[in-house]
Design a protein around this ligand. Structure first.
Ligand code: CS2
Length: 510
């Protein structure tokens, strides 16, 4: 039966007793946080911690105004619910029983759709209640060169935003125009907090914002540089895209229709630098760690969790395996990932005080195996050009410089090369979702890039690995190119499972 009654402030009293809900006075909330990129991840991460902090402290100054950078979907779903939505944390008990903990999140005050009224977003950033602007706009949303980190001055949105002060499209443009307005209005500076999976995300955001601001007005740049803070942070929670089945299942448990809930694993980590120039919530009471420097945590997370996640996704998607838990059950996959971490990734991280790398690695593989999430390998595989540098290639570069083996890392990279073929082992085609998809296809097709005598496949791989926006100068390393080529050839000829089997010590093609 279709549930007609919607999740709204008025219907909260009808929720089942085992569903937590906002017990504070929502009408008193102030919009202390403006969040750019109000997708599933932030609704399951920052908002979960922020809600717990509000419940514990009763401080209502840090409600969130969310901004969708492109689509109207989230706003259209949540506006009739006054911003209320549910968060479902799912896993499986030791006895193999599926569990789901449900909670209604109450402090999302409003969702704005930036392209409908970019000026309103600028005003919101400049509003006197705003203390923090946070971002989850994904790697490509920074309009930067993934290999070098530089602002892409030729990016269409950046070109547009430099020319049109009143209608920014990019996150960087929006931030700078909002800060400009604050400065003109005599309002104070803000903390700008990236929550994206990028190395030194705060430092990167700062460099991009300052570069853009410098092109607008040197005084503005100096004002931002002197007053605003850009805390680095490491965020960790697996949040698959919400499906129609999730919406139906969660709604029926609520007894109310929730048009856009979010689903996540129970695990959550957040290490964030305590550098907030205009106050901040007590997130430390609710699962976050305020640290002096988050860079080591980010490095750990990107190089362990995200690197292996990407390796799993490219290999599994190429084999036609749809979800991460199914991928973990493929023959030799777990063993390969374990070895990748133990032999090539963890040793390069060095000693981290208070972190047991072995236990961290094992826990991560258990998280990937969570069958209650059904996390799509194609979702993780998206935007590889933006992800590979910080997930895999930094470790490759460091190990090569030290003369250490990279054979397992090379297989992870070869997984991406194989994935870019655009069809799985059964010949089923899939779309490559990547902002550089076209350029990558061109790089492979371009015969003048690399001249090589070792056959078409080696040639193709060498051409791809010389694509500088992703690989920088790594494509000039014969040990890297040769290792990736051998694995790519094997993946093509023998398939994923047979190739994974060859990573075991007794078979060493690389
Ligand atoms: C994933 C991440 O989609 C991806 O690229 O690797 O979103 C991953 O699930 C999170 O970073 C985990 O914290």
């Amino acid at each position: 039966m279709e549930l007609v009654k919607r999740l709204t402030p008025e219907s909260l009293g009808a929720l089942p007793v085992d569903v937590a809900f906002p017990g504070y006075d929502r009408k008193q909330l102030l919009a202390g946080i403006v969040h750019l990129g109000i997708g599933a991840f932030v609704r399951a991460h920052l908002a979960a911690v922020n809600e717990a902090a509000i419940l514990q402290t009763g401080d209502l100054r840090f409600g969130i105004v969310g901004v969708s950078m492109r689509s109207t979907e989230t706003r259209d779903a949540l506006a009739p619910q006054s911003g209320l939505y549910s968060l479902a944390l799912r896993d499986v008990s030791a006895q193999g029983e599926r569990r789901e903990r449900l909670q209604v999140i109450g402090h999302l005050i409003e969702v704005m759709v930036a392209p409908e009224n970019p000026g309103a977003v600028v005003e919101r950033i400049a509003h006197e209640h705003t203390r923090i602007v946070s971002l989850t706009v994904t790697e490509k949303g920074y309009c930067h060169d993934p290999a070098s980190g530089a602002l892409l001055l030729t990016h269409a949105d950046i070109v547009h935003d430099l020319a049109h002060a009143g209608s920014p499209r990019s996150a960087i443009g929006m931030l700078v125009r909002g800060l400009d307005r604050r400065r003109q209005d005599g309002k104070g500076p803000l903390a700008l907090m990236s929550l994206d999976n990028l190395p030194s995300n705060g430092k990167l955001l700062r460099a991009l914002v300052l570069e853009f601001a410098g092109l607008v007005d040197a005084g503005l740049r100096a004002w931002i540089e002197a007053g605003c803070s850009f805390p680095n942070s490491m965020v960790d929670r697996i949040v698959p895209r919400t499906t129609a089945a999730d919406i139906d299942g969660i709604s029926s448990r609520l007894g109310l229709r929730d048009a856009w809930p979010v689903v996540a694993e129970p695990y959550l980590e957040w290490a964030v630098e305590d550098r907030f120039v205009a106050e901040r919530p007590r997130w430390d009471l609710a699962g976050a760690r305020f640290v002096a420097s988050a860079e080591a945590f980010e490095r750990l997370k990107l190089r362990m969790v995200n690197a292996t996640h990407s390796a799993l996704a490219y290999l599994a998607a190429s084999a036609g395996v749809a979800t991460a838990d199914a991928a973990m059950a493929m023959p030799f996959m777990r063993e390969f990932l374990q070895r990748l971490v133990d032999e090539e990734i963890a040793p390069s991280l060095g000693h981290m005080p208070g972190v047991d790398l072995k236990a961290f690695g094992q826990q991560m593989l258990v998280r990937f195996s969570n069958p209650a999430l059904a996390h799509k390998t194609q979702q993780i595989a998206m935007d590889g050009s933006q992800k590979l540098p910080q997930r895999l290639l930094g470790t490759v570069r460091e190990r090569l410089a030290q003369g250490l083996p990279i054979r397992l890392l090379a297989l992870a990279v070869a997984g991406w090369v194989r994935y870019l073929d655009g069809a799985d082992e059964a010949g089923r085609p899939y779309a490559i979702q990547d902002p550089l998809a076209q350029q990558l296809a061109q790089a492979v097709a371009d015969p003048v890039l690399v001249v090589h005598s070792r056959g078409a496949q080696h040639h193709r791989v060498a051409a791809l690995l010389s694509f500088a926006p992703v690989f920088g100068d790594l494509g000039q390393s014969p040990s890297f190119v040769d290792a990736v080529s051998v694995w790519a050839e094997l993946l093509k000829q023998r398939g994923v499972v047979a190739t994974l089997a060859m990573t075991r010590a007794e078979h060493r093609p690389v």
